[in-house]
Design a protein. Sequence first.
Length: 325
Amino acid sequence: MLDSRQVTASAPGKTILFGEHSVVYGKPAIAAAVDKRAYVTLKKREDNLTHVSVGDLGVSGFLDLKNRTIKLVTGSPFQRGILEYIMRSLLKAETEGSMDVDVRLDIPIGAGLGSSAAITVATIMAAASFNQIKLTNETISNLAHQVELDVQGAASPIDTTLSTYGGVIYLSKNPQKLTKLQINNELPIVIGYTSTRGNTGELVEGVRQKREARPEIINPILDSMEAVANGARQALLNGDHKTIGLLMNINQGLLDALGVNTEDLSKMVFTARDNGAMGSKLTGAGGGGSMIAYCPGKVEEVVSSINQFENAFQINVAHEGVRLE
């Protein structure tokens, strides 16, 4: 008889508040889980293949878990990577047989909100529950990070940790040491994102080349980013709106000096400030993609102003990580 069980798990996305690029060189970073989630539903199938559908993206395909092969049915070859994350996640959760996997996203793809990590974490929890395997959050986080390493070749544990645990984390110089910050107040943050996307690998490589060519200039910028992240940690814990905004603006100037800013991002950054944001900066690798704005009392004004020419929405910190629905 066909197994009639159905399991759904969800996990939040993330945004980097401070420390992108400098984190590559052992500097601290601060990131937050956000209240935009990935939902993964599993049901048993009768045949020997696992079918995946990501309706929000128009992506679907078949997975052969036994032979670890993927057949993309709809979607671009670039989007095949989503199926790779899902297949590896199912295997990490010791899935056998065939499944229907339905993925629903609240997270805008390409907005720098960690959609792949959220999908990975949610898939592992859903599969483990379906397979009646009890996993701790620590194990889920470790397995999800391993999936990202397998797919990407290199990956920070930031995204998968936030999708698993939620909240706000501080990443110290030790890349495996993540400290959860006890921030009880809401963070009034707006995300703005462009239709153009930067290539993370190329942007990171560009900064590396600048550092090799002019270390006497670039290293002090990275040191300043470290000071900004450490100052922001204390300001966030204290609920010091003015300092959080000031440090965001300084961080943006330092990222601009590294050459990862764009005209489109700058337009959103300055539009946010002109409409009441205390601070605003790009988030993620840059070169396109997303910016964040810290907007106490001015969220609606900032969202409305950016939406006149790009896309913007408010986010809140997701204090709950992965969960069964």
